[in-house]
Design a protein around this ligand. Structure first.
Ligand code: DX5
Ligand code: ZN
Length: 210
């Protein structure tokens, strides 16, 4: 099980310290949420903040693009230091081509699905992706409640993926309880923002997710 704390819930005025603390506490990846104010209502941060994080980070950067027209931004996020680059299937007409393009840049390609998007849409994309991100809340904010129906989606994803080497990542409302259920159903990466950064002891909260 990999744990990916989401920087969205960190103390941004002390980002360098937060990154070091969460890595020392056992984070496997740093989850970086990019929001454009169009695909989702909020605007978070972009390439320059990620470049700055890359300078101090020792764990891979797991970049989650919640943006429209991700094809126009992929190159700049590769340059910023992403190890995994995930975009939303709802945000582009050409997910197949974009997954291939991300891989061609030597970066792991991830596909994200909103809670309202049927899992069957991944079927013809499976051979092009390294990671499937199942949103367990509607994207846009941290601190929302886990959507229970996501469990069924993980089951369906697992069946579609079969023997392929594709990580199943869940994102939104993950805590000790919801994380355990997702793991039992086949999730291999847990994103957690509020649960980790809102806790007093990052090592304890990360440990409880594992
Ligand atoms: C939501 C983001 C999440 C968010 C998760 O749009 O994609 O990564 O940071 O936050 P929590 O863990 O607080 O639900
Ligand atoms: Zn995310």
């Amino acid at each position: 099980m990999k744990i990916a704390p989401s920087i969205l819930a960190a103390d941004w005025l002390n980002l360098s310290e937060e990154v070091s603390k969460v890595e020392a506490a056992g984070a496997d990846l740093l989850h970086l949420d990019v929001m454009d104010g169009s695909f989702v209502p909020a605007i978070s941060y972009g390439q320059d903040i990620i470049k700055a994080i890359k300078k101090v980070a020792t764990t891979p950067l797991d970049v989650h693009l919640m943006v429209n027209n991700p094809e126009s931004l992929v190159d700049s996020f590769v340059d910023a230091g992403a190890s995994i680059l995930t975009f939303h299937v709802e945000a582009t007409k050409h997910p197949h081509r974009l997954l291939q393009y991300i891989r061609s840049k030597g970066v792991s390609a991830g596909l994200a699905l909103n809670p309202g998007t049927n899992i069957d849409c991944i079927e013809d994309l499976l051979d092009e992706m390294d990671l499937l991100l199942i949103m367990t809340v509607n994207p846009g904010w941290g601190g929302q409640k886990f959507i229970q129906n996501s469990i069924l989606k993980i089951d369906k994803a697992k069946a579609l993926i079969g023997k392929r080497q594709i990580e199943i990542e869940v994102d939104g409302g993950i805590n000790e309880n919801t994380g355990k259920i997702c793991a039992q159903h086949g999730a291999s990466v847990l994103v957690a923002g509020t649960y980790v950064f809102g806790s007093k002891n990052y090592a304890e909260s990360i440990g409880s997710l594992r």
